[in-house]
Design a protein around this ligand. Structure first.
Ligand SMILES: [Zn+2]
Length: 323
């Protein structure tokens, strides 16, 4: 084997590593590769990890995490990650198989650990055939079996919950990279203060809207934590997942509620098929109040390119429509 061959081989290895955007832990001064299951978590990891991490989101901007099918490159990213951050609460039904096939050996953080969880209503289970579990909901009359939890997974739509997410992510980063612990702690403190300010801003925007007027329609049921924190009622023809369509009866039911309760606005979402909401708007005269970013960030040229921007945009869009 010639010296030249060895030199070439080394460069090929280096090129492959760089080409995949994955830093090798053997190289000095490299960043910690982190995988986040979807874009909102990816932003939180970036806020806490700062310059020390590279973050790969499995489900990207404007993507639907409920119905995602992992790509082969996702297994490569998981395999090489030192930290994987997931939401939990049954959101990422496709993830356990991916983790297994990737032979992941790093640290896994379930960002929602320790939050005050919302349980899915039994009636919603029966009605929408969604949150399937063996113990609490017997929804097996559906022809395929989904593995959703008994809890509503959309916990990030509460700033209080996201403060817990941030603390869990901070702990995960400190565990995989203790040398930079003080930076992670500092970044988390700075970001938690921004979240406190965000929380006050949201409360202020709803303060002058009578509770009886705070009723809106979205296509899928992603805002029950927002509802709990900010006292806005959300109605949705589709359940807490997007993997089954609303029935004609679901839609008719919502149309009646819109008429009876004088619902002021219906909203489209960035991740869903919006024809149903448009139909409800046409049949009831309720205006379309705008687009809400429910389960994913937007691209950089749209209004929800970070978690804080997403919450600011959704709050402004909802409160403007209710005034
Ligand atoms: Zn959702």
């Amino acid at each position: 084997m010639s010296t030249k061959y060895l030199w070439d081989k080394k460069n090929i290895v280096a090129a492959v590593v760089l080409g995949l955007g994955i830093s090798s832990s053997a190289m000095a001064d490299t960043k910690i590769p982190v995988v986040a299951s979807f874009s909102i978590l990816g932003d939180l990891v970036s806020q806490v990890g700062g310059e020390h991490v590279t973050v790969k989101d499995l489900v990207g901007i404007n993507g639907d995490v409920h119905t995602y099918s992992p790509a082969p490159m996702d297994a490569v990213a998981v395999k090489d990650a030192r930290l994987v951050v997931i939401n939990g609460l049954g959101l990422e039904g496709w993830l356990p198989r991916l983790m297994e096939s990737a032979h992941f050996k790093g640290v896994e953080v379930v960002a929602s650990n320790g939050i005050n969880k919302l349980t899915l209503a039994k009636e919603q289970c029966d009605h929408h055939h969604h949150p399937v579990t063996e113990e609490k909901c017997d929804c097996d009359h559906h022809n395929h079996h989904h593995h959703h939890g008994v809890y509503d997974p959309h916990a990030w739509n509460s700033v209080t919950n996201v403060k817990t997410y941030v603390k869990n992510i901070e702990a995960g980063l400190v565990k995989v990279d203790p040398a930079n612990a003080s930076d992670y702690q500092h970044n988390a403190q700075v970001y938690l203060q921004k979240l406190d300010k965000l929380q006050l801003d949201i409360q202020q925007q709803f303060a002058n809207i009578p509770a009886s007027q705070r009723v809106i329609i979205t296509s899928h049921d992603a805002f029950q934590y927002f509802s709990r924190d900010y006292d806005v009622t959300f109605l949705a023809p589709q359940g807490t997942s997007t993997d089954a369509e609303a029935s004609a009866a679901d839609v008719a039911n919502i149309i009646n509620q819109v008429r009876d309760d004088h619902v002021r606005a219906v909203f489209i979402e960035n991740i869903t098929d919006n024809r149903m909401v448009e139909q409800i708007s046409q049949e009831t005269g309720a205006k379309i109040g705008g687009k809400l970013y429910s389960d994913a960030l937007s691209g950089p040229n749209e209004p929800a390119s970070s978690y804080i921007k997403l919450m600011e945009h959704n709050t402004a869009t909802i409160s403007n429509a209710l005034k």
